[in-house]
Design a protein around this ligand. Structure first.
Ligand code: 5GP
Length: 204
């Protein structure tokens, strides 16, 4: 059996990575989603255990201390982190798993899982990025300004990713991501067990 692929998607907020990820998961229901832990307050419509595990700082710091997180980072003053156990379980059972995390977290995951698929979602332009941030209507003017100020620095980190996908249209971005994942399944390194099985069959 082949082990699952770890798919990591990052991008500046407003690039549309949330929509791209949920549409990708709808198109590929066999891919699992890694639900992150966070100390930020839920936005309207967000549910605990679905969008995030919403924790207080003490509970989050306990998870760090107990080694329960694959990675964690402080983003805009809140903690965010990826629970390790589910990742290990899914990969071992041959299931692909998607992580939507920030660049600091992704750079740490690159060190631990260099065989992962690292994809950076780019906005078509900075104007479009700002338009999308405002259009969301969930963040204050101050938050939008803070996120725009951080965007250029975040986009520079895209160079560290193996793949960059411009989110001009969600369906195009989803199609490109699906193609990247399909190609990763065909990597020889993903099929060593299969090769071994066939070689052994011939020898027997
Ligand atoms: P938001 O508050 O808009 O849901 O997310 C803010 C940022 O935190 C986004 O860039 C998102 O990708 C990132 N993020 C969400 N979960 C995690 C996580 O588990 N680890 C890290 N490092 N970043 C995360």
């Amino acid at each position: 059996m082949r082990t699952g692929c770890l798919i990591v998607i990052s991008g500046p907020s407003g690039a549309g990575k949330g929509t791209v990820c949920s549409e990708f998961l709808r198109a590929c229901p066999e891919v699992a989603y890694s639900i992150s832990a966070t100390t930020r307050a839920p936005r309207e419509g967000e549910r605990d255990g679905v969008n995030y595990y919403f924790l207080d700082r003490a509970a989050f710091e306990r998870m760090i201390a107990d080694g329960e997180l694959l990675e964690w980072a402080e983003v805009y003053g809140n903690y965010y982190g990826t629970p390790l156990k589910k990742i290990q379980e899914k990969l071992a059972s041959g299931t692909d798993i998607l992580l939507e995390i920030d660049t600091q977290g992704a750079l740490n995951v690159m060190k631990k899982f260099p065989q992962g698929i690292f994809i950076f979602i780019l906005p078509p332009s900075l104007e479009e990025l700002e338009k999308r941030l405002r259009g969301r209507g969930t963040d204050s003017e101050e938050v939008v300004a803070r996120r725009m100020a951080a965007a250029a620095g975040e986009i520079a980190v895209a160079k560290e990713y193996a793949y960059t996908v411009v989110n001009d249209k969600v369906e195009n971005a989803v199609r490109t991501i699906s193609a990247i994942v399909t190609a990763a399944h065909a990597r020889t390194g993903s099929n060593l067990d299969k090769i071994e099985e066939l070689v052994k069959g011939k020898e027997a």
